[in-house]
Write a protein that binds this ligand. Structure first.
Ligand SMILES: Nc1ncnc2c1ncn2[C@@H]1O[C@H](COP(=O)(O)OP(=O)(O)O)[C@@H](O)[C@H]1O
Ligand SMILES: [Mg+2]
Length: 292
């Protein structure tokens, strides 16, 4: 993926990915892959009949879910439903117990760590709680991926870090340490770090959780700005409804191991399932019509 030290432009990388399917180690198209030579598959990321168990605890039963390129999908669900597990499955940090996972038409379900390296380079991750390196400055945190994965000269790294920090209104904080920042500022730096490499896909794990509503809304605005400017595909997991309706092109609700709703925000708002209404209104006393 490293192209001789040159910084690959987002667009050229996109075009490349659209044309060529990932290949097996032998360099031949992987027969398990669904990527035909023609148009790229509808879903950039797809889970097919995925189940995930930890011992006797079943997190996902038979989950089939696709994420379209260029869209921001928000996956909602109560605490402990498996939102972070879903992101880890997509990143290949966890393997499903059953089922298959595809990225751009190529199956990644059982790839080795080494085989996953080029796949993971396509993803940027905004971790729950920002997860900055405490002992590194803001600059070092945002520059981390660029220094690890590219041969860019320091001047270019500085320029990119400055540009990404400006996108989240944090230019000028390069020399500060995370402990000198507020929670909202840390989340912004986490966002800048995730977009530093201009990934095709950004995964957000509860980016607004723990913030006051105004700060949370600022983060939502910044996420929207980054999504528009970088034209990335977004997958956000959260239980923050305001955030979901603000940034989501599409919302999915996870409930007891299944996706019980999947649609545009307006479709979710008037979803007939009482479990969906309970979740989006936060009204636990809504009761289901008796089963007939
Ligand atoms: N590595 C793991 N080993 C065992 N259980 C896990 C592991 N990761 C997550 N779980 C369990 O899976 C369930 C879903 O977790 P998680 O995805 O973190 O929930 P959330 O929706 O709050 O992000 C929880 O019951 C959690 O305890
Ligand atoms: Mg979580």
């Amino acid at each position: 993926m490293r192209s001789g030290g040159a910084w690959p432009s987002l667009c050229s990388r996109r075009a490349e990915n659209g044309k060529t399917a990932m290949t097996s180690e032998a360099g031949k198209p992987n027969s398990k892959d669904e990527a035909a030579a023609g148009a790229p598959p509808e879903f950039l990321i797809r889970l097919e009949h995925v189940s995930k168990r930890f011992g006797r605890h079943t997190v996902f039963k038979d989950l089939s879910l696709g994420f379209r390129r260029g869209e921001t999908t928000v996956v909602l669900g109560a605490s402990g439903v498996g939102k972070s597990v879903l992101l880890k499955l997509i990143l290949g940090l966890l393997e499903p117990t059953r089922g298959r996972i595809f990225v751009d038409g190529s199956e990644i379900t059982h790839l080795s760590e080494r085989q996953l390296v080029p796949v993971r380079k396509r993803f940027g991750m905004v971790f729950q709680g920002a997860a900055l390196f405490d002992f590194m400055t803001v600059y070092e945190n945002v520059a981390f991926g660029l220094k690890e994965h590219t041969d860019l000269p320091e001047g270019d790294v500085r320029r990119i870090v400055k540009q990404k920090l400006a996108l989240v209104d944090m230019d000028g904080t390069q020399n500060l340490l995370p402990e000198q920042l507020s929670g909202g500022m840390r989340k912004r730096v986490g966002l800048a770090r995730a977009i530093a490499m201009e990934p095709e896909v950004i995964l957000y794990d509860e980016p607004t959780t723990g913030l006051d509503p105004v700060t949370a809304d600022t983060i939502n605005d910044l996420i929207l700005r980054c999504q528009r400017e970088l034209r990335t595909t977004g997958i956000m997991v959260t239980h923050d409804m305001a955030s979901a309706f603000k940034v989501g092109d599409r919302l999915v609700l996870l409930y007891e191991g299944e996706a019980i709703a999947d649609g545009r925000p307006d479709e979710i708002r008037r979803h007939p399932d009482v479990r969906v209404q309970r979740f989006i209104t936060g009204n636990a006393s809504l009761t289901a019509a008796p089963k007939t």
